[in-house]
Design a binder for this molecule. Structure first.
Ligand SMILES: [Zn+2]
Length: 343
C-alpha cells in the first residue's frame, strides 16, 4: 500500500483531506432559544492508510471524566503521525453536558436509543446522526464512561470478548480488570456490534468529577490500543502491559436497611466472603447493621453517597474465583504506577 493515495473522509458534509487535522461540527436539533447545536468532532485523517477509529465520551452527559481524557489525548505528541484516521468526539450528548445531566432533555437515555431514526424522538435522532456520521464510518471504537452520579467505578474495560477485534483492544488497553459483557440494550456498543464494528468501553470514576489517576490511565490505555491497531507507531513499553483479568460475573451488594453508610473498603479492594465492608447506622446512634460481602471478589464500583435506603446498591463486586489474589496484585501495581506518574 506504500505510496497509495488515500481518499478524503467526509464527516457532517465536510471533506477532510489526507494529512489534514480538522474540527468538524455535526449539526443536531437546535436549542429552543433558536441557537444552533452541534456535536464537535476532531478529525485526524492521516496520509498513510490504516483503520478508522472513533473515541467518544459523554454519551451520558454528566460523565465528564472522558471529556478530559480526550482533551489530553488530542495534545499527545504521538498523534502527529497517524496511520489511518482518528475521530475524537469529547461530548456526544451535548444537551446533557450543558445541563450536567445523564439524559437528553426528553428524559431519554441516549445509550438506550440506538440505532435511532431520523424521524423518531430527539434521542432517536441524535443516536441516528451519531451512528451514521461517526460509528458506521469507523472500523473500531472506544466509548468512555463513568459511574452514575454518586457512584464511582474502578478503571475497567467492558466488552463482548467473543467479538472479533474486541478482545485484542481489551488486552492492549493496560488496565487490570475487565468485564465480559454481552448486554444488548439499545446501546451504542450494540448498534456498532450489529454492524461488525467492535467497541470497547472504558469505565472509570464518577459522574461530574475528574479523577486524575483514572484520566492518566485512560489516556495511556487509548494510546496503547491505537498502537495495537497500528494507528500509532509502537514504542517501548514501560508499564507491564498484560491482559486484564476477566470476570464474567458481578453483582451489587445492597444496604440491609436505611441509614447513614460508612464504607470500610476502597475501590479496587479485595474482599472475602463474610468480611464486614460497610456499616449502616441509625443517625441517633441506636442501631448499627454490618454490610457483609457474600462472596470473594474485588470492589469494581461503589457509592460515594453516605445516605442510603434499604436496598440501595452500595458495592459492585466482581468475582474472579481463584484468581482473586492475582487481581489484587495487579490492582496494586496499577495504582502505584499511575499515582507516581507525572500528569
Ligand atoms: Zn455511562
Amino acid at each position: 500500500m506504500a505510496g497509495a493515495r488515500r481518499e478524503p473522509i467526509v464527516i457532517g458534509g465536510v471533506s477532510v483531506a489526507p494529512g489534514e487535522h480538522r474540527t468538524v461540527d455535526v449539526p443536531v436539533s437546535p436549542l429552543y432559544t433558536h441557537d444552533g447545536l452541534s456535536i464537535s468532532v476532531q478529525v485526524i485523517h492521516g496520509s498513510q492508510p490504516g483503520p478508522v477509529v472513533f473515541i467518544c465520551a459523554a454519551i451520558h452527559g454528566d460523565e465528564i471524566n472522558g471529556v478530559e481524557i480526550i482533551r489530553r489525548l488530542l495534545k499527545h505528541r504521538s498523534l502527529k503521525t497517524v496511520r489511518g484516521t482518528l475521530l475524537a468526539i469529547p461530548i456526544v450528548n451535548v444537551y446533557g453536558f450543558l445541563n450536567h445531566s445523564r439524559y437528553l432533555p426528553d428524559g431519554r437515555d441516549l445509550n438506550r436509543s440506538f440505532p435511532g431514526s431520523d424521524a423518531g424522538s430527539l434521542a432517536a435522532r441524535v443516536a441516528n446522526t451519531f451512528l451514521q456520521e461517526i460509528v458506521l464510518k469507523s472500523d473500531y471504537g472506544i466509548d468512555l464512561h463513568t459511574g452514575a452520579r454518586h457512584r464511582a467505578n474502578f478503571p475497567q474495560i467492558r466488552a463482548d470478548l467473543d467479538m472479533e477485534g474486541a478482545r485484542g483492544m481489551t488486552e492492549a488497553f493496560g488496565v487490570p480488570l475487565a468485564l465480559d459483557s454481552k448486554i444488548r440494550d439499545g446501546s451504542l456498543r450494540e448498534a456498532a456490534g450489529d454492524a461488525g464494528i467492535p467497541v470497547i468501553l472504558y469505565e472509570a470514576g464518577e459522574a461530574l468529577r475528574f479523577e486524575e489517576m483514572y484520566i492518566r490511565a485512560g489516556v495511556s490505555g487509548i494510546v496503547n490500543v491505537l498502537r495495537h491497531l497500528g494507528v500509532l507507531r509502537r514504542s517501548r513499553r514501560k508499564y507491564p502491559l498484560r491482559p486484564p483479568i476477566v470476570s464474567g460475573q458481578s453483582s451489587w451488594l445492597r444496604a440491609p436497611e436505611s441509614g447513614i453508610l460508612s464504607t470500610l473498603v476502597p475501590l479496587g479492594a479485595k474482599v472475602v466472603a463474610g468480611q464486614t465492608i460497610g456499616v449502616v447506622a441509625d443517625p441517633l446512634g441506636s442501631r448499627e447493621s454490618p454490610l457483609e460481602a457474600t462472596h470473594d471478589g474485588v470492589v469494581i464500583g461503589r457509592t460515594n453517597l453516605p445516605l442510603v435506603y434499604e436496598g440501595d446498591a452500595v458495592f459492585h463486586i466482581a468475582r474472579y474465583g481463584r484468581r482473586t489474589d492475582l487481581v489484587e496484585r495487579h490492582v496494586e501495581e496499577f495504582q502505584e504506577h499511575y499515582e507516581s506518574q507525572e500528569p
